[in-house]
Design a protein around this ligand. Structure first.
Ligand code: HEC
Length: 138
């Protein structure tokens, strides 16, 4: 058989084995990450009524109204940028904390609505997908 046909297959199998070996624990789901990183402020159902909310200088946004506030379309890229943007650069002035573990996860190609596949941390994708499920009527 033509060796140039065999080598790519072998390389893909080796790559697959590495990916499987590197994945020891199952990733938390978007709902689990939301409960851990977001619900203290935004509330378990995202309404902005978490236990920390009364202590904050700014009221946590009602995340169940994201679609309604954006003409009925879930603003995926803005949401991701919001979460992402708080991981650095804004210093102590940011209300939302650092979400490093969410952003360090492996990346997957994801189209946030602009038609462009962008390598995006999987847990960030999952949390955005979870927030979509909190929108009324979805
Ligand atoms: C320490 C409290 C706190 C935590 C934890 C927190 N947030 Fe927020 N969030 C806020 C506050 C306060 C606002 C409104 C002020 C602002 O936009 O910065 C906000 C705003 C937002 C917005 C913008 C909403 C809009 O209408 O523009 C999004 C999206 C959001 N948060 C998502 C999240 C997600 C997802 C998490 C978890 C990964 C999270 N937040 C964790 C306090 C928090």
């Amino acid at each position: 058989m033509d060796p140039f046909r065999i080598i790519p297959v072998a390389a893909m199998l080796a790559l697959g084995a590495c990916v499987l070996a590197g994945r020891q624990e199952p990733l938390p789901t978007g709902a689990q990450d939301f409960a851990e990183y977001c619900s203290a402020c935004h509330g378990a159902t995202g309404k902005g009524d978490g236990p920390l909310a009364p202590t904050l200088a700014r009221r946590p946004a009602d995340l169940t109204g994201l679609s309604a506030r954006h003409g009925g379309t879930f603003p995926t890229t803005q949401v991701m940028a919001k979460i992402w943007g708080y991981t650095g650069g804004k210093g102590g002035s940011a209300v939302m904390p650092n979400f490093g573990p969410l952003l360090d996860s492996e990346t997957v190609p994801y189209d946030g609505g602009d038609g462009i596949m962008t390598p995006t941390p999987l847990r960030l994708v999952q949390i955005a997908e979870h927030l979509k499920t909190l929108q009324p009527g979805t």
